[in-house]
Design a protein. Sequence first.
Length: 442
Amino acid sequence: MRPFNAVRGFLRRESITGSVCCALSGGADSVCLLACLREMPGITLSAVHIQHNLRGDESRRDEDFCRTLCENWGIPLTVISVDVRDYAAAHRLSVETAARECRYAAFETLACDHIATAHTASDQLETVLFRMARGAGLRGLCGIPERRGSFIRPLLYATRTEIEAFLRERGLSCVTDSSNLSDAYSRNFIRHHIVPAMQQLNPGAEQNTARMVDSLREDAALLDSLADAAYADCFRDGTMVGLDALHPAIRRRCIARYLADAGLPCGYEAVTAVLALLERGGMLDLDRSGTVLRYGRGVLFTASGASDCAEIPLKIGKNQLFPGVILSAEVVLRENPDKFASVHKKFTDFVLDYDIIKGYVKLHGRKPGLYLRSERRGCRIRIKKWMNAEVAPAKRQFIHFLSDREGLIWAEGLGADERVRVTDATQRMLVLHVHTDDTGCT
């Protein structure tokens, strides 16, 4: 009587009341579920049969069986006919996948509180094995949930062997889908060959898988909650910051969610490609759409595929050229000797003689043909060569440069051009600070 107890326990545990529609194919599992549900108090029971039109006379036999069974038991039955082959051709799907999509689309048209499907512990094992073969992550290995929205699966902890025994004990008949005997479908191959081999290793393989799935689902729920909190901390105005500080499991989940929210591919290969991007920096076009992911200075963001960075006029105060990064500019007067001296000493590479600058100052990213004369290094430096030799790849596209009407006057990490360096004659210094949006100076 295990299936009966499984259904009764589920309805009590989940407080299922109201109208329940049982998905009835006529096979052993669905007949068992309907038989159990009709004895449960507190629900209004109906049934639905999806006519897939795949097996000719056999499909019509199944429909007739379901009609007779429901008539004998006084259970209202709805029959919905779908054309699986046309749907599969139109959407370029396998017949197996198309049948599932058509079936669930039909379920959505039903007016009931709950739709009960006859998935079993045997189905759970087959699903986990199928997903393992395809390369599932933790969420995929969590298998079939007992409850998802209006869908409920009261038999998920009963095995197919137990269900067949239940039918024999009650003298109940069912129909057999001949397509289940063919190895042409992936699930049938797993059912006929892999599951028996596992049961030889351990007769309790189905129950053990059900317990494993329960444990994995708890672990996945915890990781998802941690990832939700991390995502809320890292996501800022369309960018992701602080990914390097996250545990790899949380980082992967945050990246997947960011990609999904951006309408980009978010599967295993896509997330792995983004993780590689975090190591090397630069940009990545995941789907060749021209929308790229860029990473530098600990910030991940989407942008157009163009590599040239726009330039903006430098203003005194905050300036933002790259997502998540601020360049602040301040003018310090010699009339304030204490601050003038301390800033000059502490921020040698971030100060310029403000009065020598020619015209307005442009803030921009790297460009071809840039040179800077460095007094400290005693030579004229080609910016491209300097960046290739001394700047990490992840930062090259995110280095700040300042130019006036006569050329480059400052490069972040290299310092000021000799022309605008601070001297004893300097009266006003332009002081620069590079920092993130909310963490202060870097």
